[in-house]
Design a protein around this ligand. Sequence first.
Ligand SMILES: Cc1cc2nc3c(=O)[nH]c(=O)nc-3n(C[C@H](O)[C@H](O)[C@H](O)COP(=O)(O)O)c2cc1C
Length: 219
Amino acid sequence: MKVLHIIATPRREKSNTLQVSQAFLNSLSALRHDVEVEVVDLYDFDLPALAGDNIEAKYTLMVGQPIDKNHEDSWRQIETLIRHFLSADAYVISAPMWNFGIPYALKYYIDCIVQPGYVFGFNEVGMPVPMVLGKKMVCVTARGGDYSPSSPMHAYDFHEPYLRSIFGFIGITDLQFISLQPTDISSLREAAFASAMGQARSLASSADWSPSSVPVPAG
Ligand SMILES: Cc1cc2nc3c(=O)[nH]c(=O)nc-3n(C[C@H](O)[C@H](O)[C@H](O)COP(=O)(O)O)c2cc1C
């Protein structure tokens, strides 16, 4: 099982999020010997430009036309990135909350890979149809404050709902969250870590992540 670990925090060894995602991945690797983790550190990773040729190509594809010959070379970079994303059986996204949403580097990655004809299509009445089927995802999110449903800050959470929406849109609906919060309220930090670490370990050992529950997509 190939797991793509997409890192959207630049804090490396100081990262709150990465401590929890690492606990999940370590537990998973200890329980399953077929796990191969590939890391994509979005702060040390070249993404193709979306302006210029690639935006022209995208708008051509949106109306169901073949892309212009002059845009093909540039578009190949987008195709390579999408192929790389689709090569995984499962994903771990490590994403702190930044200004109520996801960090810009993850948004840029999403803007590159979410392309018509590759990860979603359109049906005969023009409604979008997901194309990324049979994959699993865990989103490990860290927030400085508390955005849980009982918190007055809950309405400001554009982080988890966005991740659910965009990955659900392309077909990844087997999506689980481990939320580490609040990390930046010192009196509550330790309990937040204990709870998130516990969730990470129990998710890794759950039936959801047992070998039989991760179908290997055809092709
Ligand atoms: C640019 C930036 C914006 C942030 N915005 C929020 C925010 O809107 N709400 C919040 O609760 N915490 C916010 N934080 C705090 C982080 O979410 C929190 O410290 C988190 O634990 C960081 O995870 P990391 O160590 O993995 O990067 C922000 C931090 C940064 C650097």
